[in-house]
Design a protein around this ligand. Structure first.
Ligand SMILES: [Zn+2]
Length: 150
């Protein structure tokens, strides 16, 4: 059984450090948007969810839609369960956020100044050995695929 697609994603304001909003995205379904200017190198939102083991992760990753962030080779966080809203941040090949992975928590941190109204994005950097994940992020230097050589 896979994680189900989140029908109506919601933002948990307690996890956000700036004014953010979930809106329809040009990239994919819904996205998370900045509602105020955000300086570079600031924690923007915590990626929350259910902590799941390797075995449970591989079971849930069989579906089409997942919101699992792999913390390390043993644990992942499934944002499909008690997610903060960070789980719906879309991929971009030229992202304005990066993940800061702590032993037990994940934060999305701004990599450059972000203007009010901009959609927040992160580079999913899927493993090169995974199935193709076509990308339509519209970035000038779009790789055409969400995977990345490591
Ligand atoms: Zn792209």
């Amino acid at each position: 059984m896979a994680t189900e697609l989140i029908a109506r994603p919601r933002l948990n304001p307690a996890a956000a450090r700036f004014a953010l909003k979930i809106k329809r995205s040009r990239i994919h379904r819904y996205g998370l948007f900045a509602m105020e200017d955000i300086p570079a190198r600031r924690r923007v939102i915590e990626y929350t969810g259910e902590k799941v083991s390797r075995r449970e992760m591989s079971r849930r990753l069989e579906g089409d839609f997942t919101y699992i962030f792999e913390l390390n080779s043993y644990w992942g966080i499934d944002g499909g369960v008690n997610g903060s809203g960070a789980e719906i941040v879309n991929h971009s090949c030229d992202p304005n956020l990066r993940a800061q992975i702590l032993p037990d928590r994940i934060f999305y941190v701004s990599v450059r100044p972000i203007k009010a109204g901009e959609e927040l994005t992160v580079d999913y950097s899927f493993d090169a050995h995974e199935d193709p994940h076509p990308c339509g992020c519209r970035a000038k230097d779009c790789r055409g695929d969400m995977r990345r050589e490591r």
